[in-house]
Design a protein around this ligand. Structure first.
Ligand SMILES: O=c1ccn([C@H]2C[C@H](O)[C@@H](CO)O2)c(=O)[nH]1
Ligand SMILES: [Zn+2]
Length: 294
């Protein structure tokens, strides 16, 4: 079991511990559970969907990286597939505050990067801040997304974000998590560049059309990609680097040991990721960034 889970695991109910043990002891535990695993966990623990997601929150929160706040936020997103995806907040010392990733953004992005088509609900250990409510208002689940919080009745995103501003106010029909393929091509033999291109082709940038994607090679040699997720209110947009760091971190790898990165974006984009990406990677001690302009 990854060392980050040991304390949180020890605090779980015994029946959940024994049901989770074979899954968590796998070296490659991806911080998600398939619908089939969820079914098995529910039947062995007799927890329902909502109770299981709450019970898993300490494990999700154990994935947080918080050198600034030491405040561990965990989220569990449930896809319409029935899969569960962890999310955790991430702070980067030496970078700007704007590079921070909230746990809700992490769980949403995690589900999206793993191909989930839409979310049904999200469970969080603290109330989502205004920024997260706005970030989630970009989703194709819309204001129907169910939000589960400790000691509160389940409510919808619409309940938590009345009089909301969103994509439809800017006449945008393609929503976050909708399947897209922007159809860009590059001439390259570099597997990392081709994976960054794939991420760019699936990015969500309907406001600026400044599609972008990134691929990171981790310490173990695995590749983690990230897609840009733009937001109707612009500032809550999540850069592609953050999306890739979410998946890399949740997979149990070290953000401070990234070997190389490839960022792909359009030439002369209205919105450029390059400067912020280079600065944040430098704060993470990665100085090998290739910038490809389509
Ligand atoms: O909705 C919220 C509010 C805060 N945080 C994180 C961001 C930062 O890392 C820390 C302190 O704000 O908590 C979240 O993850 N979600
Ligand atoms: Zn937040």
């Amino acid at each position: 079991m990854h060392t980050r889970f040991i304390d949180a695991f020890a605090g779980l109910p015994a029946s959940l511990q024994s049901a989770l043990e074979p899954i968590l002891s796998h070296d490659d535990f991806p911080a998600m559970f398939t619908a089939e695993q969820v079914g098995q966990l529910k039947s062995t623990t007799r927890l329902d969907d909502a109770a299981l997601a709450f019970a898993l929150l300490p494990l999700a929160a154990a994935c947080s990286l918080t050198p600034i706040s030491h405040f561990h936020v965990g989220a569990v997103a449930r896809g319409v597939s029935g899969n569960l995806y962890f999310g955790a907040n991430m702070e980067f010392s030496g970078a700007s505050m704007q590079q921070t990733v909230h746990a809700e953004q992490s769980a949403v992005t995690h589900a999206w990067m793993r191909g989930e088509p839409r979310l049904a609900s999200i469970t969080v250990n603290y109330t989502p801040c205004g920024h997260c409510r706005q970030f989630m208002n970009e989703l194709n689940s819309g204001t129907e997304l169910a939000i589960h919080l400790p000691e509160r009745a389940v409510a919808s995103l619409g309940d938590y974000l009345p009089y909301s501003f969103g994509p439809r106010d800017l006449e945008i029909e393609t929503l976050l998590m909708d399947k897209v393929d922007h159809g860009y091509h590059i001439e390259s033999q570099d597997a990392l560049a081709l994976q960054a291109l794939d991420a760019c082709n699936q990015s969500h940038a309907p406001y600026s059309q400044s599609h972008s994607g990134i691929a990171l090679e981790s310490a173990s040699g695995k590749v983690f990609t990230g897609r840009y997720a733009e937001n109707a209110a612009f500032n809550p947009s999540l850069p592609p680097l953050q999306a890739a760091l979410v998946v890399l971190n949740l997979a149990g790898e070290d953000c401070l040991k990234i070997r190389r990165a490839v960022l792909i974006e359009r030439p002369h984009p209205l919105v450029s990721q390059f400067d912020a990406t280079r600065a944040t990677l430098a704060a993470l001690d990665c100085h090998s960034l290739v910038h490809i302009q389509l």
